[in-house]
Design a binder for this molecule. Structure first.
Ligand code: SF4
Length: 247
């Protein structure tokens, strides 16, 4: 059963519900291949139909952990890059002291967000993944019998004002769009046309799915990127480990 976002313990300023922490390689984006420690915050304001971490969105799980323990655990790994991901980490006030503590420990911070909530906090790379129409759960999805999440998701998934505020705050950023077909491209172009300051080299297309992309998929994404100066973003961790938790 989905938990409401306002669970008192996850609204606290010094602790977060965490579905998993693990150390692996960064599989996506500009820092692909860099050894990284991941902290996956549980809870999301969206419900993507194809969400590959339902244990942090549709059915958020995990213990509530003090921020200081998360900082200590990350520092103890010896890895100098930490990825704060979810779920939607920007929802929770305690993400700010967590990022502040990691920053004070000299750790590089990437924050993965869908870009629907704005916070100004320590962050070395803001990784934005605005959700396209292909993410909206289908009518009749058994996880959403009354369609409430379908309409909530659709109304929340893109917020140009919030995205622009985030772009204005964070000079280091990347956009990762999950695409299923060439039909997704006009929506991306329309969104980017409403935003200021997005360099083509910061825009990446990632194939939807939890298996390595087919040759045909790679070809159309690669060609679409080449025409626009965007980047094709494979998921290295899927290639290396498959769709396995903790990688
Ligand atoms: S925004 Fe991310 S965590 Fe939330 S439902 Fe979509 S894919 Fe899952």
């Amino acid at each position: 059963m989905s938990l409401p976002l306002s669970r008192p313990e996850t609204a606290q300023a010094d602790r977060l519900r965490v579905s998993e922490t693990f150390t692996s390689v960064q599989g996506e984006g500009k820092l692909t291949g860099i050894p990284s420690h991941f902290v996956r915050i549980s809870g999301c304001n969206l419900r993507c139909g194809w969400c590959d971490t339902p244990y942090a969105s549709w059915d958020p799980e995990g213990d509530v952990v003090p921020v200081e323990d998360l900082v200590r655990g990350a520092a103890a790994t010896g890895v100098r890059h930490v990825v704060l991901t979810g779920g939607e980490p920007m929802l929770f006030p305690a993400i700010e002291p967590l990022a502040g503590g990691l920053c004070a420990a000299g750790i590089h911070i990437t924050i993965e967000t869908a870009g629907t909530v704005c916070r100004d906090m320590a962050c070395d790379l803001l990784s934005l993944s605005p959700k396209l129409a292909n993410s909206t759960p289908r009518a009749g999805d058994p996880r959403d019998p009354d369609g409430a999440w379908r309409s909530r998701h659709e109304s929340r998934r893109l917020n140009v004002g919030v995205l622009q505020s985030l772009l204005d705050i964070y000079p280091e950023r990347q956009f990762k769009f999950v695409v299923g077909s060439p039909g997704d491209l006009p929506e991306i172009e329309a969104l980017l046309s409403k935003l200021r300051g997005v360099a083509p080299g910061d825009v990446m297309l990632m194939p939807e799915g939890v298996r390595p992309p087919t040759e045909a998929t790679s070809r159309w994404i690669g060609e679409a990127c080449a025409r626009r100066g965007w980047r094709y973003c494979r998921r290295l961790h899927i290639d290396l480990f498959g769709n396995v938790r903790g990688t």
